[in-house]
Ligand binder design. Structure first.
Ligand code: GTP
Ligand code: MG
Length: 206
């Protein structure tokens, strides 16, 4: 699945524009600028598929990506969709916009029956922040399975990664919907990407 080309199918600005529930959905959540769009590009091996930027607030809709080659007709649905989401936390955009994106993300995470797993991205340099905890609590409450992914490991000392992983795992250990393993990644260097692909394929098959 990750060997084939992927395409963008839809940008969803608010809940009423969500596509009908069909393929298994895997969503990527995290603070603005944590590297969600870059991680999707690394996973599918297509640099320009999801738009990335140095400026927080790049992704402003729920963006749906699917493997190419499916008609979308009943019985010919893609096996999964990857959903890139607006970031939460901060963005250089008017507060009303940021509030609307945050509401969209929270509404989607709470209420989507075909959402199989959420990858919650945490910047290796910053660790879990209070607004990440809010999202984890929301997922726990809604009983939506999620796995924590550390991003941008190339920005910290290689020797610090195991300690950071252990520390982060300890922080989420008691959370009921958390997958009990963490993946450390660098989209820039390709680290952890194959491991994350396997984790996603396992999640959609279970
Ligand atoms: P929003 O859509 O604004 O919420 O951001 P995002 O989470 O989608 O982040 P995005 O992928 O746009 O990346 C933000 C910045 O971080 C860009 O300048 C990326 O090039 C950079 N970045 C992403 N992943 C990595 C990584 O693994 N290593 C390094 N060094 N930089 C990265
Ligand atoms: Mg983005």
């Amino acid at each position: 699945m990750f060997g084939n080309p992927w395409i963008f199918i839809r940008g969803v600005p608010s809940m009423e524009f969500l596509p009908p529930e069909g393929p298994t959905e895997i969503a990527f959540a995290g603070r603005s600028n944590v590297g969600k769009s870059s991680l999707i590009n690394a996973l599918v091996g297509q640099k320009g598929l999801a738009r990335t930027s140095n400026t927080p607030g790049r992704t402003q809709e729920l963006n749906y990506f699917v493997p190419d080659g499916y008609s979308g007709a009943a019985g010919d649905l893609p096996p999964m969709a990857l959903i890139d989401m607006p970031g939460y936390g901060y963005a250089q955009a008017p507060k009303a916009h940021v509030d609307a994106w945050t509401k969209l993300v929270f509404d989607y995470l709470r209420g989507r029956a075909t959402l199989k797993r959420v990858y919650v991205l945490i910047d290796s340099r910053h660790g879990i922040k209070p607004n990440d905890d809010d999202v984890l609590s929301l997922l726990d409450k809604a009983a939506v399975s999620y796995q924590v992914v550390l991003t941008k490991t190339d920005k910290i000392k290689a020797g610090a990664v195991p300690h950071l992983m252990a520390e982060t795992l300890e922080k989420i250990r008691k959370r009921p919907a958390a997958f009990p393993e963490i993946v450390a990644t660098s989209s820039e260097k390709g680290e952890g990407i194959e491991e994350l692909r396997s984790a996603i394929l396992t999640a959609i098959r279970n």
